[in-house]
Every structure is written in structure tokens, then in C-alpha cells.
Design a protein around this ligand. Structure first.
Ligand code: GUN
Ligand code: ZN
Length: 435
């Protein structure tokens, strides 16, 4: 590595080491008031107290007063839905049919897919998100655009072609065989290339026949280390429809269980209306329930029962679900999540929120050996946050006296304006975006 490539980021370094048990669980994180994160070759070379002598030979980037955290992680998002956000619909199925399945047809066009993919990664960077698990459309062009644009930015991204062969417009349907063949070719092309990771992506049980589910199962068997992503138990009419389509199975999650699609690499969007049996199966298979608060509120799908799943010992992640979700910001997402749990009489303390956006989501995606913490050897994906980013936040900050309350302010009032800089593989990316 060229020594000139090494940078020292000076600031208040915060990184979680474990799930916080309470708002004052100081053992759950490591905090360095005048800290330094030394990055080079895309990795974190060192983290510790800022040492002027040691830093003297390198470029020092001064983020003093700001918080340096691991880059934020969004484990469920739809990149082709950037122009769907804020679409007016009564419920999930109406929203899908009226807007989403219309917009997604445009991704057969390579120019459109590439333009939106570029804007997508720019928006993630603007919001401090450095890794996401994304749905593409059925079109291989959309997957090529997604991974191609991610590679240009050297971002660690998980994504896949959605497989759908029924209950969608003709132009958005593949077949069991073409869904399998195209997914396999895309997986072979992209998985492990640079920082790309493929996800086998049967959209949800409603849009896949028995034959297509078998093809997804075959892929998962052939590529056991690859992620699987899908939706489950989001909306009551959706649950009823799924059960009608697979009448001999015990429940909605039982459909994915039947095709051996559950496991530690399976990301299940929503998980709102789970039965007791589904909670047990989710937990036993170590599949991940992905909570999407802004989407669940916006579409009116329901209030996620965090404590029930936590009591089962289930793995839980939290995500934006743009464009059902209404913000790219993980800060806005956790703020809405906090309010959902307030309505349920459950507590979400700010340490836990920031754990979830970073190490918690990294663990849920089985990527915590690479991202989610600030440690020597980890990928240098970082975000710099400013809790005084707006005049009203700065005024409120005058009365904030603990780190936990500063995080809570960031979550409650923060958005992309609180993101000072986003580093991807050690490179400052937000400041490089065109305004
Ligand atoms: N279920 C199946 N597809 C989708 C989607 O695109 N968004 C949401 N929120 N739920 C889904
Ligand atoms: Zn979704």
C-alpha cells in the first residue's frame, strides 16, 4: 500500500461490541472522545486515541466534535422503487399493482436501470448507508446496473433478480426455468466479484408458483452460502392470499420452510403477522426478521412486535424498504421504529437503535467479519454524524449531556443533513457527490 493513501480520521469514535442491554450499558460499545481511525487500502489499519506524532506523516481529516461510526446498513430496500416513494394507495396489494409493478417494467431498459442505480447509490451515500440488501427487478439488466454502479463506488452490496412467474403483469413474469437460469447466470457473474454478494430473490410466495419455488430451492441448495431474501406476513390480505395459493401448508412462513428457503442467510421482510408457530420456525432456522417501520406505517401494514420476537430469541434487523418505506435514512427509520414500539408499550433505547443500524444489521446479514464495527482489519466503511447539523438540533444539543441522549437527538431529528461524510472503503464519498 502506498503510504500516501493512508488517512487519519480524527473525531469521536463510536463502535458497538455487543447488543446493549439497557440505555446505560457502557460495556456494549467502545467510545474514544479524541479518537483516530487510520484507513488505507480500503481497510481500517488502526483505531485508538489520536496521537499527533503518529499521525504526522499522513493526511489528517479533522472531524473533531463529530461522531465517527461504522457505515449504516440497510438490509431490505428496492432500488427500482426510487420513483415509487410516496405513492397513494389503500394497502399493500393495491400499492404493488397500481404503482410498483408499473414502474418496475421500465427496468427492461438498460439506460433507465443504469440511471436509477447510479442515483440509488448516491442517495445511500448521502444518507450514510454503505451496505444494503436490495431487490432488483425480474430483468437481468437491472441486476447488471445495480452491481455495475455499486462496483464503480466499491460498495459492499447484496442484491438479486426478483423471481416472479404469476400474479404480476405479463411483462414482469419470468418462468420457473428462465427465473432459475437468469438467477444462476447473474449469481455466477456477480457473487464474490469485488464486494458484490448475490441474493436469491423469490419476491414473495404470491408471485411464485410451486414450480418456481422448487427452482429457488434448487438454487439455494447449489449455492448454500448465498443470501436469500423475500417478504412474509406483511399485510393481512396478503397472508390470506398466500395461504390460499398454498392450501396444504400450515401458514405463510411454512411455504418458505417447505421449499427449504429458511436459514441463517435468509432475510425475511416485514414479519408483522406471525403466528406462534411461525415465530418458532423463524427462530429455530435462525432466519432474520427484517423490521421496516416507515414502510409498515406508510402502507398501513401493521406494528412490528419487536419484544415478542426478541423473547423467542429470533434474529431481528431493521431496514428502510424504500419505496414502500418513505425515507432512505436509517435515522428516520429508527425514529419511526421508536414510535411504533412506544405505541406497543415497548422500549427502544438509542444505544440499541445505533447498535441495530451498524453491528446488529451486520450480524443479521452475516457480514460482521467485514463491516459493522470500527476495528483493525475491517472494511473502512464509515459515517460521520453531526448532532448539531441544523439550527434547532444545535440549540437542543446545548442541553444534551450524555452520549445516549446525543444519539437519541440524532435519531429523533436527524436525517441526511446530519451526515457530514460517508467513507466507502476508506474514500470520502458524500463530499464528492455533485450537489
Ligand atoms: N411484497 C412483495 N413485493 C413487495 C414490495 O416491493 N414492497 C413491499 N413493501 N412488500 C412487498
Ligand atoms: Zn420489500
Amino acid at each position: 500500500m502506498d503510504a500516501s493513501e493512508v488517512k487519519v480520521l480524527r473525531g469521536r469514535v463510536l463502535s458497538f461490541v455487543d447488543e446493549p442491554a439497557s440505555i446505560d450499558d457502557a460495556k456494549s460499545y467502545r467510545y474514544i472522545e479524541d479518537g483516530a481511525v487510520v484507513v488505507g487500502g480500503g481497510k481500517i489499519i488502526m483505531v485508538g486515541e489520536f496521537n499527533p506524532k503518529a499521525a504526522a506523516h499522513h493526511e489528517i481529516i479533522d472531524h473533531r466534535g463529530k461522531l465517527i461510526l461504522p457505515g449504516l446498513i440497510d438490509p431490505h430496500i428496492h432500488f427500482p422503487q426510487m420513483q415509487v416513494i410516496g405513492s397513494y394507495a389503500a394497502n399493500l396489494l393495491e400499492w404493488l399493482n397500481t404503482y410498483t409493478f408499473v414502474e418496475e417494467q421500465r427496468f427492461a431498459d438498460k439506460a433507465h436501470a443504469t440511471r436509477i442505480a447510479a442515483r440509488f447509490f448516491d442517495e445511500l451515500i448521502r444518507h450514510g448507508t454503505t451496505t444494503a440488501a436490495a431487490y432488483c427487478t425480474i430483468h437481468p439488466t437491472s441486476v447488471d446496473a445495480f452491481f455495475g454502479e455499486a462496483a464503480k463506488r466499491d460498495m459492499l452490496m447484496v442484491g438479486g433478480k426478483v423471481m416472479m412467474d404469476r400474479n404480476a403483469p405479463e411483462a414482469l413474469r419470468d418462468t420457473p426455468q428462465s427465473g432459475y437460469d437468469e438467477s444462476k447466470a447473474l449469481l455466477e457473474k456477480w457473487h464474490g466479484r469485488g464486494r458484490a454478494r448475490y441474493a436469491i430473490t423469490p419476491r414473495f410466495a404470491i408471485t411464485s408458483t410451486h414450480e418456481q419455488m422448487e427452482m429457488a430451492e434448487a438454487l439455494a441448495r447449489e449455492y448454500p452460502d448465498v443470501h436469500i431474501q423475500t417478504h412474509v406476513d406483511e399485510n393481512l390480505a396478503e397472508v390470506a392470499f398466500a395461504k390460499e395459493l398454498f392450501p396444504n401448508l400450515p401458514d405463510y412462513l411454512g411455504i418458505y420452510e417447505r421449499y427449504h428457503l429458511l436459514g441463517p442467510k435468509t432475510l425475511l421482510g416485514h414479519c408483522i403477522h406471525l403466528t406462534h408457530r411461525e415465530c418458532e420456525v423463524l427462530t429455530q432456522t435462525r432466519s432474520v426478521a427484517v423490521w421496516c417501520p416507515t414502510s409498515n406505517l406508510f402502507i398501513g401494514s401493521g406494528l412490528f412486535d419487536h419484544d415478542r420476537l426478541h423473547a423467542h430469541g429470533a434474529r431481528i434487523a431493521v431496514a428502510t424498504d424504500v419505496g414502500g418505506g418513505s425515507s432512505y435514512s436509517m435515522l428516520r427509520t429508527l425514529d419511526e421504529g421508536y414510535k411504533v414500539l412506544q405505541l406497543r408499550g415497548q422500549r427502544l433505547n438509542p444505544l440499541r437503535s445505533f447498535y441495530m443500524m451498524t453491528l446488529g444489521n451486520a450480524r443479521a446479514m452475516s457480514l460482521d467479519d467485514r463491516i459493522g464495527t470500527i476495528e483493525t482489519g475491517r472494511d473502512a466503511d464509515l459515517v460521520v454524524l453531526d448532532a448539531s447539523a441544523t439550527p434547532q438540533m444545535a440549540l437542543r444539543m446545548e442541553a444534551v449531556d450524555t452520549l445516549a441522549n446525543e444519539l437519541f437527538l440524532l435519531q429523533t431529528c436527524g436525517d441526511d443533513r446530519a451526515v457530514v461524510e460517508t467513507y466507502v472503503a476508506g474514500r470520502p464519498m458524500k463530499s464528492a457527490l455533485a450537489a
